[in-house]
Write a protein that binds this ligand. Sequence first.
Ligand code: ISE
Length: 345
Amino acid sequence: MRNELRVAVVGAGLMGSDHVERLANRIAGASVVAVVDVDAERAQRVASKAPGAIAATELGSLLTGDRIDAVVIATPGFLHEKTLLQAIEQGKPILCEKPLTPDAASSWRIIEEEQKIGRKLIQVGFMRRFDREYRQLRRLIESREMGDTLMLHFSHRNAVSPSSFTSQMLINDSVVHEFDGVRYLTGEEITTVQVRLGRPTRHAHHGQHDPQQVLMETESGILVDVEIFVNAQFGYQVAAQAVFEDGIVDIGNDIGPYIRSSGRWGGAVPPSFVERFNDAFNLELQTWVDAAREGTVNGPSAWDGYATAACCEAGVAAQKTGQKVKVALNEKPALYSDEKVATAA
Ligand code: ISE
């Protein structure tokens, strides 16, 4: 294996800062050498969490030369394309937070650039694939020990959302995880998406419809429903129920320590995705670092980023009409042809 991976983290917000802290303290074989953010003060503050890391406001000059080996992209999705193209041009391994880019056409441009290099460089930050229960459910589906999978029901609930979180972001930033989750769990592409807008909560922000119900179909006809509710107040929950011919499986129901105390029983609800997916984030980063040091990718690829971007596009169109919208995908290029839909075993 190569020497320690020298990483530049681009974007010093919540996720960027979390990745810096994890890479510095919990991940083996990597060090953060630079934190890049347009806000110099924020870059400096986050860089100070990683010994020896410098702060910068631009990635450009850091990429050329021999100062960094790999890039983590944790800026908002609409800024990903430019950074991805810069890093691909320099042949650097990339961990790109989801979404790869906000729409199918720009994600396809990334696929085209990666093909020019001729090898995979990108892992997309779909951390559910690294969650223990998601993996167990996928194995159960694959094994067919309870027969065929017929339906998947998902609940995706956030305690609160920022006031800037628009209706479209419920699809592009939140349900994007279920688009990938369905593809990962079933090994099938999603063929249609429909969105139903019912009674909104009084906690929804102005211009935001919350909750929403997203319905999908997969290639073989598995029916999927997702409740996305981003102001659910009580805490964070990402759960799924799989309906098989011969059984029902639930994951993500906070079966932590069961406590009896002071005349009450129960356990704790995680406040946000950072706590809920803590172990998955560690495994995601460690897997990325190990693969990057070997010059490979061992996680959700640019193809997965593109396919989910196409689902998001269909979802946003479906929000407007309430109708079923077909998901349009280009043919999968040879570079990704060895991948089943579900990578990251
Ligand atoms: C956030 O960006 C995430 O990625 C979380 O996993 C998701 O639950 C949340 O809804 C998103 O806003």
